[in-house]
Ligand binder design. Structure first.
Ligand code: SF4
Length: 369
């Protein structure tokens, strides 16, 4: 297949669904890692088309969702300082911190700006030498090359008024952590295609080796996801586990080597806290020591801010595939996209927002009355 339409073709989808039905003999739990895939699954009703034996659970692959509460509070504290231009992608502005979000800082007079690339933030620093520009560097491996490039560029130009607040997380350690949990239900993974365009899929081989679960690198269109499910179920039914690549039109085993090289030069692997999940060893990036002059957390002494998650929100369980959004008592009541209590409702890629947007009427009849 060469054209986008083909990856949305109902006849092709029907054929793959028939094949999934044919090979499925037992119940299986499969996790899609990526919030973009979750969104596509719920939007297209894929979870409802699959045989009853196959349960899709939604993983922690939404960068906005897993950014810890204290990082939002640190962003709020830095953005509130005089002389700072705080920049971020738009979706981070609405993520609630423990007391306020970045929109509130902006409404109170803080200079908070939405940018479309971290290099736009570098340009702002270049154009405003009397101000300090901070970029909120959030994301998985997908956004790491651009963020690394921004730091590299600022460093090369000697822009000492540019820094990044880093909250980078890595997918493979989270997959291992979920599989190591005594509560784990995941038997196979759909790995996030866009992460693999950068990092390749060789990182998943040790996971398959250790945990004996199939991992299929999967794209985002309905036919991609159905093919990914078919490939995982086929492995499960045959009692085998290996890494397979459904998204071969975009992903190579070794990934994008220049991008990986740039990431390695600017970042080093570190422990990271995930919102709702907790700390996962070696699951994130931090700036290398030679770039400390561009580390906003150090420059603004914001690292000490620590806070607890609100008790009502069960997004941690949602992100681990242990609960569905509509099982949260607050879903569609106290918590809606207009009044989000947790990041999985704020982010457009969040599982709670996806269910709320596309399926709450079928799944939670009482909230529609
Ligand atoms: S519905 Fe709201 S409160 Fe419940 S888990 Fe989702 S984000 Fe948290």
């Amino acid at each position: 297949m060469k054209y986008l339409d083909e990856f949305r073709d109902p006849d092709i989808a029907r054929k793959i669904l028939g094949e999934i039905r044919r090979v499925t003999t037992r119940p299986w739990v499969i996790m899609e890692i990526c919030g973009g895939q979750t969104h596509s699954i719920i939007k297209n009703g894929i979870h409802q088309l699959l045989p009853d034996e196959i349960e899709l659970v939604h993983g922690p692959g939404c960068p906005v969702c897993v950014t810890p509460l204290e990082l939002i509070d640190r962003a709020v504290a830095i953005a509130s300082k005089p002389g700072v231009i705080f920049t971020s992608f738009g979706d981070m502005l609405r993520v609630p911190g423990s007391r306020k979000d970045l929109f509130m800082v902006k409404s109170e007079g803080g200079d908070v700006r939405v940018v479309y690339s971290p290099l736009d933030a570098v340009k702002l620093a270049r154009d405003n030498p009397d101000r300090h520009v901070v970029f909120f560097a959030v994301g998985f491996e997908t956004t790491a090359p651009n963020n690394a490039m921004a730091v590299w560029q600022a460093h090369r130009e000697g822009l000492d008024n540019f820094s990044v607040l880093v909250s980078h997380v890595l997918v493979p350690p989270a997959m291992s952590a979920l599989l190591s949990s005594p509560n784990n239900r995941v038997q196979g993974y759909l790995a996030a295609g866009h992460v693999c365009t950068i990092m390749g899929w060789e990182e998943y081989e040790p996971i398959v080796e250790q945990f004996r679960v199939p991992v299929v690198v999967t794209g985002f269109e309905p036919v991609d996801i159905l093919e990914g499910v078919l490939m995982v179920v086929t492995q499960l039914e045959q009692g085998i586990s290996r890494v397979e690549n459904q998204y071969s039109r975009a992903v190579r085993r070794e990934g994008n080597m220049p991008a990986r090289d740039l990431i390695r030069r600017v970042f080093e692997i570190s422990d990271r806290k995930w919102r709702g999940i907790g700390s996962i060893p070696m699951s994130g990036f931090k700036l290398r020591a030679e770039f400390a002059a561009h580390d906003a957390e150090l420059l603004f002494d914001a690292g000490a801010i620590q806070v607890d998650e609100p008790e009502i929100c069960i997004s941690g369980l949602v992100l681990q595939g242990l609960k569905k959004p509509y099982e949260c008592p607050a879903f569609g009541k106290e918590c809606t996209p207009m009044t989000p209590l947790g990041a999985t409702m704020v982010s457009t890629e969040g599982a709670c927002a996806a269910y709320h947007s596309y399926h709450r009427h079928q799944l939670v009849p009482d909230v529609t009355s």
